[in-house]
Ligand binder design. Structure first.
Ligand SMILES: [Fe+2]
Length: 300
């Protein structure tokens, strides 16, 4: 890994490291509902697009920690648990995931930032009620640490064009190169097309959406530098949690904690820890919504 953080910053980041922690019932069910409703209203009322990002696989709604008295109180309450903190680079948000996140780290992009903890509070889980078996989603925290900038971990480092989209039946499909896909559909009008064994209903809305994806610049860079030895990832862990990610991407990784997405709990881990969602789709989870903060020890 190339050096990223300034050496005195890196030293302090390491000094602040601690075990991954979950505090149950940090918020009551009613408080979770209150915040959910508040944020969703915010999104519905917002005029510009800057306050939220809506995609098929996820929705993010951004906010400020000083926005209202309720949020200020929440900020203080989190500080009582993890100590003084600020949010510098990536704005506080709630994220609804309909497709599980893959291996990544949220270390930011600023080499002067004294990064601290990833903090999440699960607010809502929705299950597919037409299916019988439901299991809670989990966040997988690995023992492996990453002291570089924010990254996605994959063997396919040369490709920044993969996106998860829905096929005509609402099933999520991994499109490896959205530009190639857009080329295939841009002249199609109101037709069902087949692309790599999946079918897509191509209308104007769909084309606009795909065109929008082709223009997205990603926050995270892509790297395979997390693979530091030849150790294969534990097969049982892979089958249980990570089948939404290619197996070879998990080389060198070791699971530290599997943290259940418990509503109202406060979960935090060092921002240098590689982490991932589990493959909640196979447990019939339709979506999970969490409040997320990427915290820092000093204000920039
Ligand atoms: Fe993350």
């Amino acid at each position: 890994m190339t050096e990223f953080f300034k050496s005195e910053i890196l030293e302090k980041i390491k000094q602040n490291e601690s075990e991954t922690t979950q505090i149950n019932d940090f918020l009551s069910v009613d408080e979770c509902k209150f915040f959910l409703e508040y944020f969703r209203n915010l999104k519905n009322k917002s005029i510009g697009k800057s306050q939220y990002i809506e995609r098929e696989e996820s929705t993010k709604i951004f906010f400020d920690l000083n926005q209202t008295n309720e949020i200020k109180k929440l900020y203080e309450k989190i500080k009582e648990q993890i100590g003084e903190f600020y949010v510098n680079d990536f704005q506080p948000h709630i994220i609804t995931s309909r497709y599980p996140l893959r291996l990544h780290v949220d270390t930011g992009k600023n080499s002067n930032d004294l990064i601290y903890k990833n903090v999440i509070i699960p607010l809502e889980i929705k299950y597919d009620e037409s299916k019988k078996n439901h299991k809670s989603p989990n966040t997988i925290i690995f023992k492996n640490r990453w002291y570089g900038r924010s990254s996605m971990f994959t063997k396919h480092v040369d490709n920044d064009k993969d996106f998860i989209i829905k096929d005509k039946n609402g099933k999520f499909v991994d499109i490896v190169n959205i530009d190639i896909f857009y080329d295939r559909i841009k002249k199609v009008n109101n037709e069902i097309i087949t692309f790599e064994a999946f079918q897509f209903n191509v209308n104007d809305n769909f084309k606009d959406y795909i065109k929008r994806l082709t223009k997205i610049k990603r926050y995270n860079s892509r790297t395979n530098k997390h693979i530091i030895n030849n150790k294969d990832f534990n097969k049982d862990h892979y089958e249980k949690y990570l089948t939404h990610q290619p197996y070879e991407d998990c080389k060198s990784l070791e699971v530290d904690r599997v943290v259940e997405t418990k509503i109202g709990s406060l979960i935090y881990w060092d921002r240098v820890r590689i982490h991932s969602s589990d493959n909640f789709i196979k447990n019939n989870v339709k979506s999970k919504t969490v409040l997320a903060l990427f915290t820092s020890k000093t204000k920039i």
